[in-house]
Design a protein around this ligand. Sequence first.
Ligand SMILES: [Zn+2]
Length: 480
Amino acid sequence: MADERKLTSQTKDFSAWYNEVVVRAELADYAPVRGCMVVRPYGTALWENIQQALDRRFKETGHQNALFPLLIPMSFLQKEAQHVEGFSPELAVVTHGGGKKLEEPLVIRPTSETIIGHMYAKWIRSYRDLPVLINQWGNVLRWEMRTRLFLRTAEFYWQEGHTAHATLEEGQEETIRMLDVYADFAITDAALPVIKGRKSEAEKFAGADASYSIEAMMGNKWALQAGTSHNLGQNFAKAFDIQYLDQNNELQYCWTTSWGLSTRMVGAIIMAHGDDQGLRLPPNVAPYQVVVVPIWRKEQQKETVLEATRRIYAELAERFRVTVDKREGLTPGFKFNEWELRGVPLRIEIGPRDVENESVVLARRDVPGREGKTVVPMSGLIESVSDMLETIQADMLAAATAFRDANIHTPKDYQEFQEAAVSGWAKGYWCGDLACEAKVKEDTKATSRNIPLDQEDAGPGACIICGKPADEWAYWARAY
Ligand SMILES: [Zn+2]
């Protein structure tokens, strides 16, 4: 039974709001092991819709799914120097099995480049075997000290794509292709107007030549990295001997990539769209796109209303993800609040007078109050609902885009920059120097989010931090 207390408001304490929404909307709960989460059925349904939307795109771009093991020999991680350095502090290590000490410790995968690299070395023989385009849906474990449901948990769910190519160019093309796939999903289905760009040297993946990300703005104006795609160059190919015979019968190292998107995306959707009433889910990924709430006051009205509700449900269920709230002993107001908290994009209210008029009330989650309500005839309801869901999806993207654009600042000098990077996102030329990035972090706690692929009208400029010449600009912000 839902809790009737009001949520903490976003402006009062965004972080408390987030934690309350996740738990009260029944997306996830805390596991008995610190840092782990239990994804409840409602959260799992949301994740499954995200999975399907991505999986379809992966297959359309020629990828296949496979499953690799959870346990990786410790020695595999040590083969790539940067990789082991980056992941060592986060490893969970299995030392005993079946009551005996293991000869070689096994790590629970923090990511699967090493074990997949090992297998690719076995499977790839000649140029005819390339490219190899494989994706895995699974879970990984990183021993995080400070955790938050969906945003940063020790164990999380994700997909990791791993590909091998004959040339540097093909590897780079794949890296950007998958970044585009993520951006297309985020914009089209999650209604998140993400920005595609390259990560700085300090922020890139351990073992990559270059990392790219999609960055989204949350409701408190912080940034969230919602997906990453890495060009691994020949680093893992050399560490794992992933080689092929080219057309001239000469042995060459492959060029590999990896790319991942995780249950953090759920956190991004919550924080980018939610309001003080709770979640607001984009129709394309919402577990329920429509909730039907039958309303009656007198017992003799009940059967008429329920009969109409059954008809509507049968009609809509063929096209949409629909649920009916027939629970007794709860007021309509209570039910409305609860479905608003859970972010269902469209509510259909149907009472005795609606049945008489052969109409229903549609109430949009993204437009509060009377303004979001319209009365539509029961005939042609499928079309009305379909149009309304499309409008909601488009309006949510438009609202998130307007919010993002209103909170991106272009400061004139470092003084303004420091304010901008805290109050929203700051756009600033950067010389690329690690020292400049470190200074920003120390002064503001903001980090470079990415160096956008679209540099708009960037020409030669001056680093906003040190004044040295710079020809690219980056986004800077506080980030999850
Ligand atoms: Zn600089």
